[in-house]
Design a protein around this ligand. Structure first.
Ligand code: NAP
Length: 359
């Protein structure tokens, strides 16, 4: 976008912000829950008050916010951290600054921002955030990529970088390979010359059958896509004639699936568990291989690292987005007002796309 058009837009936004102020933008619409339970029953669209914009605050318009499994678990009351109730759902998304307090130094009207931490309640049309609770992201990346940048791609990049020293030609194995995290892992690994062995649940009578999903993942850069039951068959050894045994296993499922990943790891390799979608425990097949079993939680990683480290991770991801080496996961855009449809779709197995609430 030309400089002229950018400044025109910024001026228009400023005008809009002032106009809003005259009408006193003191309320917004939000998806609120007062009790834990089934999201499509406990979530309600409500008008909620916005706190006044303080000197270090920004007023933002939320542009797009995904529905992630952790959002669902938070509403169900089963997640590791829970907000005080009533709460607004949603932990990530992209927003645009429409007003900035007098002492805000790092942000300008028109900037795109994403939350720094979990728990900000992004399923809403507008919000007032402390300047330090958001991070600016470039506006030349696709909107859906920005809305889904802060959690899944950060998780993927950190898990690829922080546990094993992976070099071009090495391989990793992951389950839930079609998840948002899985799609980011495939693309970042491919950009680094790392082979990926991608495991999917078998799927029958779904809108996106195995063969088409496999093609979709291969188009992203997946080296191998296999069904979960193939992990148990001896002919998988054929694959390891052309591809080294994985140094790293990424587990978002648990139960038998995790045990099978462990069986195929290199001696001394590492399995990182970051999710438990099957709700089954991770069984232990650890005895003969001296493998290391680790955990990863991007929220803890962000809390333990400086703004500079978080920004550097985001900058690396934005560079990949600009180079066309990383894209948003497959997404379905749904208006905020149609939230029940989005929540129902997000709860279905074998979903073909991540639900993104658009305000
Ligand atoms: N630790 C962290 O920092 C961190 C960060 C981000 C995400 N996560 C976790 O990572 C996981 C994936 O998140 P996401 O946003 O990438 O997911 P997503 O895009 O919503 O995709 C969900 C994935 O889970 C699979 N799945 C659902 N139910 C399953 C079951 N019963 N058994 C096996 N697989 C099942 C789905 O496979 P089908 O297509 O076969 O249904 C799909 O691959 C979640 O557990 C999430 O909480 C953790």
């Amino acid at each position: 976008m030309s400089l002229y058009r950018r400044s025109f837009l910024a001026a228009a936004l400023l005008g809009a912000a002032r106009a809003h102020n005259i009408r006193r933008l003191s309320r917004c619409q939000a998806l609120v829950y007062a009790n834990h339970g089934d999201p499509s029953r406990v979530i309600q669209l409500k008008n909620v008050d916005l706190r006044p914009v303080g000197p270090k605050d920004v007023l933002v318009k939320i542009l797009a916010a995904p529905i992630n499994p952790s959002d669902i678990n938070m509403i169900q009351g089963t997640y590791a951290i829970l907000p005080e109730l009533p709460a607004v759902g949603g932990n990530e998304g992209v927003a645009q600054v429409v007003e900035a307090g007098g002492r805000v130094a790092s942000l300008q009207i028109g900037d795109w921002v994403i939350p720094r931490d979990a728990g900000s309640g992004t399923w809403r049309t507008a919000a007032v955030f402390d300047e330090d609770d958001v991070i600016a992201v470039p506006r030349d990346i696709p909107l859906l990529a920005a809305a889904t940048l802060g959690v899944n791609p950060c998780t993927a990049l950190r898990m690829l970088a922080d546990f094993e020293h992976l070099q071009p030609g090495d391989s990793l194995i992951q389950n839930a390979a079609n998840s948002g995290v899985g799609q980011a892992v495939i693309q970042i690994a491919a950009a680094r010359g790392i082979d990926t062995i991608n495991v999917l649940r078998d799927r029958y009578c779904t809108s996106l059958p195995f063969a088409r999903l496999s093609d979709r993942l291969k188009a992203l850069g997946a080296s191998h896509v296999i069904k979960e039951d193939a992990l148990r068959r001896p002919d998988l050894e054929e694959l390891f004639k052309t591809c080294p045994k994985p140094k790293l296993a990424l587990n978002a499922v648990g139960g038998k699936s995790a045990t099978e990943l462990l069986r195929h790891l290199q001696v001394g390799g590492t399995m990182v568990t970051y999710g438990g979608m099957s709700k089954q425990p991770v069984a232990s097949a650890l005895i003969f291989k001296d493998v290391k079993v680790r955990g990863f939680w991007v929220t803890r990683w962000k809390r333990q690292h400086s703004n500079g480290a978080v920004r550097a991770t985001l900058a690396e991801l934005c560079a990949l987005l600009r180079q066309g080496k990383l894209s948003a996961p497959a997404c379905a855009e749904v208006p905020l007002s149609d939230y029940r449809r989005a929540l129902d779709a997000a709860a279905q197995p074998f979903a073909a796309a991540k639900q993104i609430l658009i305000t």
